[in-house]
Write a protein that binds this ligand. Sequence first.
Ligand code: WT7
Length: 639
Amino acid sequence: MDVPYQIRTHDQYLEAYRAAAEDPEVFWADVARHFRWRRTWDSVLEWNFTDPQVRWFHGAKLNITENCLDRHLDARGSQPALIFEPNDPGSPSQILTYRELHFRVMQFAQVLKNNGVQKGDRVCLYMGMIPELPIAVLACARIGAVHSVIFGGFSAQSIADRVNDAQAALVVTCDGSLRGAKEVPLKPVVDEALGACPSVQKVVVYAHTGTPVSMKKGRDLWWADEIERVNAMGNPFVEAEEMDAEDMLFILYTSGSTGKPKGVVHTCAGYMVWTNYTFINAFQYRPGDVHFCTADIGWITGHSYLLYGPLSAGATTVMFEGIPTWPDAGRLWDIVDRHRVSILYTAPTAIRSLMGFGLEPIAGKSLTSLRVLGTVGEPINVEAWNWYGTHIGGGRCPVVDTWWQTETGGVLISNLAGVTPAKATFATLPMPGVDPVLVDEQGEEIAGNDVSGNLCIRKPWPGMLRTTYGDHERCRQTYFSAYPGMYFTGDGCLRDRDGHYRITGRVDDVLNVSGHRIGTAEVENALNMHAGVVESAVVGVPHGIKGQGIYAYVVYRGGIDDANQIRRDIAATVSRVIGPIAKPDAIQLVNGLPKTRSGKIMRRILRRIAEGETANLGDTTTLLDPGVVDEVAAGRIPI
Ligand code: WT7
């Protein structure tokens, strides 16, 4: 594909940045015309951040799968689109060319149609990292159904919440998934969830592990049987549904500062243009590149940079079912070697954990195919940044530190590999079209360099969220009310003397544990489900590998004979209610929590105690019972 909008020099970056700021409509129309449209737009951008309402390419008609699949068939029909690396290194990898992926997507699109799914219907996908997941995702997009992928580690309760919020008509799942030495059941968890989900008519089950599962008559269908039915119908060319630019493409649930995850909504055209533009520019994609994003498709990184960005660019994308440390800590390097990966995109957590195994797992692996390295999801420490660049990149590969969020659809702040300067621990510079603003607590803009504040974005960009599903007011409240006229990211940020941005972490009650976003309120709700828990407070604590760990203070009712057993039970409750990713790293049983006279929990104090700061706790005079603090500090659990 000819990509005239690829930025190739620092000067071109400055020029693109200036042009996008000066006249966004001309700039983005000029990018967008390189895509396949059924009809072009009446207007490029209409927006206000009060409602908020944002419309990009209004009036245009398209289907994102025609841009990710059909339009590549002539030039690269036999090029690998998807390389699947299974969990077991002894099993053969699977390669799907663009032509094959196109075919399989249409087959499954027909399965969805045969089961009554129509444009606008919501479909939830709860699967492992196997090719059938992207096939199902793209099949939804093909027929205009709204996909909502639920990370395969979430609990039955979390599934039920998401399915009900989306009022999903159909669920696609597997019998189970494989993660290292473990087999994770999926269908039984779906069964448990769907007891409370009356909207679901059908469940399509892909047999992956071969473990027996129960199938509910009239509701549950085997993937293979449904494909057979489609094949019996003859050639399944499923015409792509014509979508409005602003029709919903997908919902992805993410955590915020309340107990209830919200359904971030992305729409067709702007998301497509943004993921493509940022993929091509941040990673400096070149035709022939093999791109390996290690993220799970259950998170936004997998949506944008394992699927839509690379496929819309005609790239070869690698999908890995397993985990980086199984059967040994050389697995990622083995995959890089085996598939001659040129772009590797992973999380700081993974880098830190692999660093711990030393250089031995890298020995004997050829990493010479690598050209660009990327990180995402959390702040990276300088040691991990250096190790990655030196030992994985061989000192040759630029490292891009990409800052963005589920809500932003794609990268907002990042260096462009080898084109704009890299700086350890800095995401550096905004993408063209992104106008970052630092504000103080009063909402005043902090101008100039060598300053820090809360990070807001002043102008709309094509990939931004449009609403939170079923509750537009919540979207306005969460993102557009703290600093009127701006999108508030929830992140703290500093701008150094060169004008480079460094994200310092969340300033709200959201934790980032191994790059997974978890609300403290969500964990507290889960803790409180345990019969013995009277009250709880959760804070984040620095963690050497995970970035942040979860520290829970729990007021426990009744006698404590075996504190360890109680803690294990409480932790199991959190796993059951949310999923293992939310399991606290420490649970401290306390008699009371430090509160103000008005009953507000003093999280600042709890955070400091968890961090190990038990002496200088700041002002405690406003506390209802200052004595509580000493008791809590004395019982601190080091992690
Ligand atoms: C939060 C968003 C971006 C996709 C994966 C996570 C943190 C993300 C960086 C980075 C420092 C980062 C922020 C952000 N974050 N990337 N490069 N440097 N922090 O998406 O689950 O929506 O989480 O992740 O705190 O707000 P998410």
